[in-house]
Design a protein around this ligand. Structure first.
Ligand code: JHZ
Ligand code: SAH
Ligand code: ZN
Length: 406
């Protein structure tokens, strides 16, 4: 039993993935012996409905000066964040003289560059030094720290309150969300908005995309669980906007209670969550069974291809793939190597299973018969540029929403 990180109700896991390494823990052979593992247990809180990890590595193990994920590796995501910034500017900044925007988890500046270019006062809060340095080099104001209630007070003292507090794919990474909510409460102007997006629990359940569960993803959010958390700080969700990014995400727009009208979409999405059973423990027993079925099918497919002597290469050394590879027992004899465009991952080995990670040229210079699409969330972007692979006779292996060859 562990206490729910949001409401302190004691909860039991509905699923164990067993011992897992760090999702972004790409490593060298000299580091194999000391590789870090933790027990990946997932629980559902029947009171606040938050889905969460019951054990998690310390934050410094995950976010540091050698962080492996650079947001700028996807051009589709760069466009997404340009549109996100445009929405913020149009909908929430036009009425303000000298507006101020804070982003938590700003990484290489993929979102804030749009505010910097528009001459809008901004501040990124990004603890992983190597990615933060990319942003700083591009003229984006960034502090290399973890956001917290203490840091929020410092930011206010130095810059005044913010019109908008933004966070993409980071809120769900933070177990100490009470400190974050407290900080945002202090940081936001009376009419300010909090806008954040993260993978949506409804999509994960619907698509059996269990690979969204790994060390960095402490939580899988829903409108219900997020509403519960922020209500404790006198804040409310005023709008929700589903997103196609990262395999199905939700954008939450939150303000101080009563400051803005609440969209009908918020209530409608809560009703959908009830209809999907996201408030019931049985849903997660069912989810576990679906994960087990998916695992069996993927393993069988890869073993069959191996028996036929086919070459299979992984496409995208994603953090998500760490869960799939280790949960399904995918070994270097089933997947020859993983192709990835991120320099810091190349020449290293995948966490746990130690499949080599190679530069993209290794993929193009000798196409395999099959590519296992670990970066399935970037499918449209990838398919659009891989016609030569298909023309060479290559096929894609996918596992979300179902295992198959496409
Ligand atoms: P991608 C990371 O997850 C970690 P990951 C984190 N926890 C999170 O939530 C999201 O990001 C935001 C490569 N690639 O985006 C680049 C190609 O090689 O699915 C990346 O290594 N060729 C913060 O790691 C990986 O794939 C390509 O054409 O699951 C994609 O990682 C493209 C498009 C990507 O996030
Ligand atoms: N927003 C970007 C980056 C997501 S990666 C995108 O959507 O692509 C998550 C980032 O959050 C990492 O760069 C990590 O270093 C950072 N992070 C983790 N904990 C944080 C915290 N407490 N405060 C601020 N950033 C944090
Ligand atoms: Zn709870």
């Amino acid at each position: 039993m562990k206490d729910c990180l949001i409401c302190k109700t004691p909860i039991e896991p509905f699923m164990s993935f067993g011992k897992m390494p760090l999702g972004n823990g790409f490593l060298l052979p000299s580091e194999f012996e000391q590789e870090y593992f933790y027990e990946m247990l997932v629980g559902f809180c029947p009171v606040c409905n938050m889905v969460q990890l019951l054990e998690q590595p310390d934050r410094e193990r995950m976010f540091h000066e050698n962080y492996a994920f650079f947001s700028g590796t996807s051009s589709f995501m760069a466009k997404h964040f340009a549109l996100f910034a445009q929405d913020v500017i149009q909908d929430y900044l036009t009425g303000s003289t000298d507006p101020f925007v804070v982003e938590m988890g700003s990484n290489d500046g993929i979102m804030l560059q749009n505010f910097a270019q528009a001459g809008i006062r901004h501040l990124g809060v990004e603890p992983s030094r190597n990615v933060a340095e990319v942003a700083i080099a591009r003229g984006i104001r960034t502090v290399t720290e973890f956001f917290s209630a203490d840091l929020a007070s410092k930011i206010v003292a130095e810059n005044g309150q913010a019109d908008a507090f933004l966070a993409a794919n980071v809120m769900c990474h933070i177990p100490y969300l009470h400190s974050i909510a407290e900080g945002i409460k202090v940081l936001l102007k009376p009419n300010g908005v909090l806008m954040f997006e993260d993978p949506y629990l409804g999509d994960v359940v619907e698509k059996t995309s269990y690979d969204q569960i790994y060390d960095e993803h402490t939580f899988l959010f829903s409108v219900t669980s997020i509403g519960y958390l922020f209500a404790q700080y006198g804040m409310e969700i005023v709008d929700v906007v589903p997103q196609h990014t990262h395999g199905g995400s939700m954008r939450y727009i939150i303000s101080h209670k009563g400051a803005r009208p609440v969209s009908e979409r918020v209530h409608a999405q809560r009703q959908k969550e009830i209809a999907m059973g996201l408030n019931r423990p049985e849903t997660f027993d069912q989810f576990r069974q679906s994960c087990e079925t998916s695992r069996g099918q993927l393993k069988q497919l890869l073993e069959g291809l191996k028996a036929e002597g086919k070459r299979v290469v992984g496409y995208g050394a994603t953090s998500k793939s760490t869960t799939v590879i280790n949960y399904c027992g995918i070994t270097p004899d089933l997947v020859e190597f993983i192709s990835d465009t991120t320099p810091i991952k190349q020449g290293k080995y995948s966490p746990g299973a130690h499949i080599p990670v190679m530069g993209y040229e290794k993929f193009t210079e000798n196409y395999p018969e099959y590519a296992l699409l670990f970066a399935w969330n970037h499918k449209d972007e990838i398919m659009a540029k891989e016609s030569a692979f298909i023309q060479s006779g290559g096929r894609w292996i996918v596992y979300v929403p179902a295992v198959g060859i496409v």
